[in-house]
Design a protein around this ligand. Structure first.
Ligand SMILES: [Fe+2]
Length: 385
């Protein structure tokens, strides 16, 4: 029996749990939390009660606590029933746990989750474990993935709907002399997030190695954006402030075809000040429009971020092998690569994007089955501004 007693005190209701400290609930919150047939259900959206239906000063006329249920009769005669566990958790402040991501630098290798293609496509629990690794570190590796196009889409679609973009659904990145995007050249790339010029950048990216030309360069350089943001917050708080409170403009234009432009925070914070997303690609920075008294500070903040991203201490470096797929959160993890010699080997990666909320939805849905206590924590929601 999680609750011993509850008693109305006007706008508040005192909750005495069986173990733990006494807590209080808002009376108006409690009325709004009713999910009886008449009020409807918020999870499915078949909901009929609105916040405006509950008047300030709403009162309960009786509260009966039994082993698993609390029954409340309201002054207008409406009867509500609540699970005692739910009310005890909420009164104790446990209702709003935020997931704490595990930050990493060059030490990721020992902790990186590796999952076999055959298991992930056939077994929901293996899929769940890989989704959990993505939640924790923002990156995971799949192994033994066949080279066929169909295999890339087959495994990626286990994580959520594949997003079709102006570059297609599943696309090939092959080094070629008439490169349309930097990914098709053989040049080094500073770690970056993809497409920060979109209002909503790609969520998760799959990089499926088809041919890699090992030994000729082309090492993948992965950086935890949350880790470098926290380094900035500690070492240069004034620069962190600039990147988390002021907009930076990113753009991309292929004349006559597309012209994207977005002004957004490089470091997104949630309402508690926790880093929730990163967007940064030095190659897509537009000439900035910040006022003259802020512009040099802003450029220094971008320069400092670039230095942190390029510091090998903050990079997980990995030479992709054919059959490996790197999956990563494009609103947390920056990806780059060292230069390679295109005359020695052809480098061929196949890539696709999955919507971010699709991946987190898959995680929560499977957590209901395999780790129910993890299903409801608030996850970091990405580059939200
Ligand atoms: Fe990229």
């Amino acid at each position: 029996m999680p609750i011993r007693a509850m008693r109305g005190e006007g706008q508040r209701i005192a909750v005495e749990p069986t173990d733990g400290r006494p807590g209080r609930l808002s009376t108006r919150w409690l009325r709004l939390a009713c999910e009886c047939e008449e009020c409807g259900d918020t999870a499915s959206g078949k909901r009929w009660l609105t916040p405006a239906d509950i008047l300030v000063g709403v009162r309960a006329t009786s509260i009966d606590v039994s082993a698993s249920e609390v029954r409340v009769v309201w002054e207008d005669g409406h009867v509500s029933r609540y699970g005692s566990d739910f009310l005890a958790d909420h009164a104790g402040g446990a209702g709003t746990s935020r997931f704490q991501p595990q930050l990493w630098g060059s030490d990721l290798s020992a902790r990186l989750g590796r999952f076999a293609f055959d298991a992930v496509v056939a077994d929901d629990e293996a899929l769940f474990q890989s989704l959990r690794a993505l939640r924790n570190h923002g990156i995971a590796m799949l192994t033994g993935v066949p080279a066929e196009t169909e295999a890339t889409a087959r495994v990626a679609s286990r994580y959520g709907p594949i997003r079709e973009t102006s570059y297609g659904k599943v696309f090939d990145l092959i080094s070629r002399p008439d490169a349309r995007v930097a990914g098709e050249t053989a040049r080094a790339q500073i770690p970056h997030t993809d497409e920060p010029f979109r209002y909503s950048p790609p969520g998760f990216i799959f990089f499926h190695a088809i041919r890699t030309g090992a030994g000729t360069g082309g090492t993948s350089l992965m950086v935890d954006g949350f880790h470098v943001a926290e380094l900035m917050r500690t070492r240069t708080p004034e620069l962190f402030e600039l990147l988390s409170r002021h907009g930076v403009t990113f753009h991309r234009e292929h004349p006559g075809e597309v012209f994207f432009s977005a002004e957004a925070h490089v470091i997104s914070l949630d309402t508690s000040g926790t880093v929730t997303g990163i967007r940064y690609n030095d190659r897509c920075l537009a000439p900035q429009t910040a006022p003259l008294d802020r512009i040099d500070g802003l450029i220094e903040a971008l320069a400092e971020l670039t230095r942190l991203i390029c510091d090998p201490q903050n990079q997980f470096q990995h030479q992709l092998q054919p059959g490996e797929v790197l999956v990563f959160d494009n609103q947390r993890v920056l990806h780059g690569r060292s230069a390679f010699d295109p005359t020695l080997a052809v480098r061929h990666l196949r890539s696709c994007n999955i919507d971010r909320d699709g991946v987190h939805s898959a995680f929560r849905t499977l957590a209901r089955r395999f780790a129910p206590e993890e299903a409801e924590a608030i996850l970091y929601q990405g580059a939200i501004f």
